[in-house]
Structures are given as structure tokens and as C-alpha cells.
Write a protein that binds this ligand. Structure first.
Ligand code: 0X9
Ligand code: ZN
Ligand code: ZN
Length: 422
């Protein structure tokens, strides 16, 4: 009996040690490299596939951001020197960024949800419960489903009346993109509490379906273990690597045009088959069940400050590309009006960024007939990247609200908010 207790105690201690061990990024740098050709962009992307020492933060036309361990600085420098590519240090020590992101934790109360810091999943869930209890007449809980590790994926519907057009927001599908769920929760609160006439109309004349954290397992993991985790947490059969890129796992031109990887160790691994990730499957099933009620689909991501239209898997423009661009322009113009002067660009994913197949917004557009469908990459453009300082959360949320007001206004003007169901 005694020895059994001892075993349990030892196991508990071991577990505590394992879970307390956080991945550290001491002296890791993020380099901004200006590339002159697609070949060079690809070379750096390929380098990033060796995931221990490299991690791709951003890749776009003419510019790649790559996180590099100190041992590999020389390799990157050699390459950029050989091809005479401008190299800039964007982040000089990733760990100190992560550390300063945590500082506000000490001073702020987890339970007083105030958007002055980033909160763990439990606090976000408590926030949702609070909102549901406070506004029972206009909010309802959406049970999206269950994650691989058994967490609940929660959503909220805000509806003030019958017969509204619908807006669906998928957020934090990529685990490390914390600003997305901070924004989604802020938006929920704003739609319910704002007294601004324009915001009241935005809130009350549309049905809102918001999933603040879709990749719940990955999100939890970024809090407990590895701040830079992107994928899901489902082990891959026959591989030592864990997780798939959930934004390559939707059943829409899955794994086509090199827009995703079939290597489980890659950051853009598309999964073993479409919808192999339970979080993605759950979201897709839910959206499919209400697709007639959805006029606009938005996927919240970071970073780069860009609105991405379909498609990600082909450079062929979608049929209503002009409208998609006009609506994106409205968002961008409105954000630029604010004192923060945040610049959002816009364009088709495959054009302005890279090929991405099996992504949520393409799936919503092509397979669910939701004709206004965007990936929005939030702040910033690389100064802090994924580790956007908490002090920027509220200003960024204001940006987003101004953008959404304009986006929805333009969508209405162009006739996209008509009811699709009788
Ligand atoms: O690569 C992605 O999944 C998104 N960028 S991120 O840096 N947040 O990972 C962009 C996806 C855009 N996809 C389509 N419009 N198809
Ligand atoms: Zn296809
Ligand atoms: Zn993302």
C-alpha cells in the first residue's frame, strides 16, 4: 500500500516537472530577409522546416520573417550574403519578448477580464459564462464540439431579433495567434455593451456567431509549454511529430498546389486526410448546419495587417473578386482613419502571400457558398509579430471594430446581406 502511494507521489512530481518545463527561446532572433525571387523565398521557407532551430513567422512577396536559434545565425548570414539579400534583425531576443508579455500577468487580475493582458483558456471560458448569464435574452451558447484532448470548443451566438443576416467569426485556429481571441472576446463584449449608435446597429441588425478559440488544445499548450506552437495537438501515426495545421485541414482543394505539406513535421502539415482534426471537423459541421444563415465568414489570424480573399490554392480570381476587394478596401480605409493609422493591405491569398490550400475561408467560400469570406491577419507587421504587447490589445480592438463597421456597411451596400433562407 505504502509503495503504491509512493509511486503515485513520484508520478505526480514527474508530471509537475514535465508540465512546468517551458520551451525557451533565449537569444533566438527573428530576421527579416528581403527576397528577390520566389526561389529565394522557397529556400528560406524550406530552411524553416527544420523545426528545432528555425520557425517561419511570415512569408510574403519579397519579405520573409524567420526565427532562428543562435547556433544557426551564421547559416542565415552566409546565405543572405551569398545572394546579397538585405537582412534585418526584427526581434533580437524572442525569449525577452515572451517574458515581457507575461509581466502584465503579475499586476492584472485573471478574473477581471479587461483586455490589458492575454488570458488562459479557463479565463476565456469564465468570461463567456459571465456574458451568457448577463445577457440571456440575446446570447446563446454554441456547442461546437470537442477537441482531440477532450476540451470543449465553445462559441456564442448574439441575436437581438429574427431575420438578421449572419456573420461568422472563427478565431485562434492557430494556437500562438493570441491577439485573435483577445479581439474576439472584446468584440463580444462591445456588441453587448456599446452605446454608440453605429455599434448598436451593427450588433442588433446582424446575428453574430463567434468562436473565440477554435484550437483549444494548441492554445492551452502555448500557455503551458510552447508560446510559439501553431498546430493542433493530435499525434500523427508513424511520426514523432505532433499536430496538423488546422488551416490546411479543411476539405477544399486539400493538399493541392503545394499549398500545404504532407510531412507531419512541417508547420503547414495538412493532416492525414481532410477534417482529420476534430476541431476543424467540428467547426465545419457547425457552419454547414447554419450556412443559409451566414452572409459573411471571417477567420481571425495574425500577423501582417492584411485582408486575404479567396483563393489560397489558385491564383485564378474568384467570381466576385471585385466585390471582395471593395469590401476589404472599406475595412482598410476605415482603420486608417483612426489615430493609430494602422495600414491594412488586401488581396487574394495566393497572390499577396503564398499558396495555402484547405484553408477555412476558401472552404466557407467554395463549399458553403458564403460569398464574402476573408482571412484577416491582425497587427502587427513584424516588430513584435505573434507576441503583440498587451498594451496594443485595446487599440487593435478599436481598429478591428472600425474595420468591421465599414466592412459590413459595404457588404450591405453591395447586396450581400440579403437573407438566404425563406
Ligand atoms: O497560412 C495561413 O494559414 C494564414 N496565415 S498565418 O500566418 N496566420 O498562418 C493565411 C491563410 C489564408 N488562406 C486563404 N485565404 N486560403
Ligand atoms: Zn481542386
Ligand atoms: Zn494564422
Amino acid at each position: 500500500m505504502k509503495s503504491q502511494l509512493l509511486v503515485v507521489a513520484i508520478l505526480a512530481i514527474l508530471l509537475a516537472i514535465v508540465s512546468a518545463t517551458k520551451v525557451r527561446y533565449d537569444n533566438y532572433k527573428v530576421f527579416k530577409i528581403r527576397t528577390k525571387s520566389l526561389e529565394q523565398q522557397k529556400w528560406i521557407e524550406n530552411l524553416a522546416k527544420e523545426s528545432k532551430n528555425f520557425n517561419l513567422w511570415h512569408s510574403g512577396k519579397g519579405e520573409v520573417h524567420i526565427m532562428v536559434s543562435p547556433q544557426k545565425f551564421i547559416q542565415v548570414q552566409n546565405y543572405t550574403q551569398t545572394f546579397n539579400l538585405p537582412l534585418e534583425v526584427m526581434v533580437s531576443n524572442v525569449q525577452s519578448l515572451i517574458d515581457s508579455e507575461q509581466i502584465s500577468k503579475a499586476t492584472d487580475d485573471v478574473n477581471a477580464f479587461g483586455w490589458t493582458r492575454y488570458y488562459p483558456l479557463s479565463a476565456i471560458e469564465a468570461f463567456l459564462d459571465d456574458i451568457l448569464a448577463k445577457y440571456p435574452d440575446v446570447t446563446s451558447h454554441i456547442d461546437i464540439g470537442t477537441s482531440y484532448e477532450g476540451r470543449k470548443i465553445r462559441g456564442i451566438k448574439i441575436s437581438y431579433k429574427e431575420g438578421n443576416p449572419g456573420i461568422f467569426i472563427e478565431s485562434n485556429i492557430h494556437a500562438r495567434e493570441w491577439i485573435t481571441s483577445a479581439t474576439a472576446t472584446w468584440l463580444i463584449n462591445e456588441l453587448l455593451t456599446s452605446t454608440d449608435a453605429n455599434v448598436r446597429k451593427l450588433a442588433e441588425d446582424h446575428d453574430w456567431y463567434i468562436v473565440p478559440v477554435l484550437n483549444v488544445d494548441g492554445f492551452a499548450y502555448t500557455h503551458t509549454t510552447d508560446r510559439m506552437w501553431r498546430k493542433t495537438r493530435q499525434p500523427v501515426e508513424g511520426s514523432r511529430c505532433i499536430g496538423a495545421d488546422p488551416n490546411r485541414n479543411y476539405n477544399s482543394h486539400w493538399l493541392e498546389s503545394n499549398g500545404a505539406s504532407s510531412n507531419p513535421c512541417d508547420e503547414t502539415y495538412g493532416g492525414a486526410y481532410p477534417f482529420s482534426e476534430s476541431e476543424v471537423k467540428a467547426l465545419a459541421d457547425y457552419v454547414a448546419s447554419i450556412k443559409n444563415r451566414i452572409n459573411i465568414f471571417l477567420a481571425f489570424h495574425s500577423y501582417s495587417q492584411v485582408l486575404l480573399t479567396p483563393y489560397g490554392w489558385t491564383k485564378e480570381p474568384p467570381s466576385n473578386f471585385d466585390h471582395l476587394m471593395a469590401v476589404a478596401k472599406a475595412y482598410s480605409d476605415a482603420v486608417l482613419q483612426l489615430p493609430y493609422k494602422t495600414k491594412y493591405t488586401y488581396g487574394a491569398t495566393a497572390d499577396v502571400m503564398y499558396f495555402a490550400s484547405g484553408a477555412a475561408n476558401d472552404w466557407a467560400y467554395s463549399e458553403q457558398d458564403i460569398e464574402l469570406s476573408y482571412t484577416i491577419e491582425f497587427r502587427d507587421t513584424g516588430r513584435y509579430g505573434f507576441i503583440l504587447p498587451p498594451i496594443q490589445i485595446l487599440p487593435h480592438c478599436e481598429d478591428t471594430l472600425a474595420g468591421l463597421l465599414a466592412l459590413v456597411g459595404k457588404a450591405d451596400e453591395l447586396g450581400y446581406l440579403k437573407l438566404k433562407y425563406a
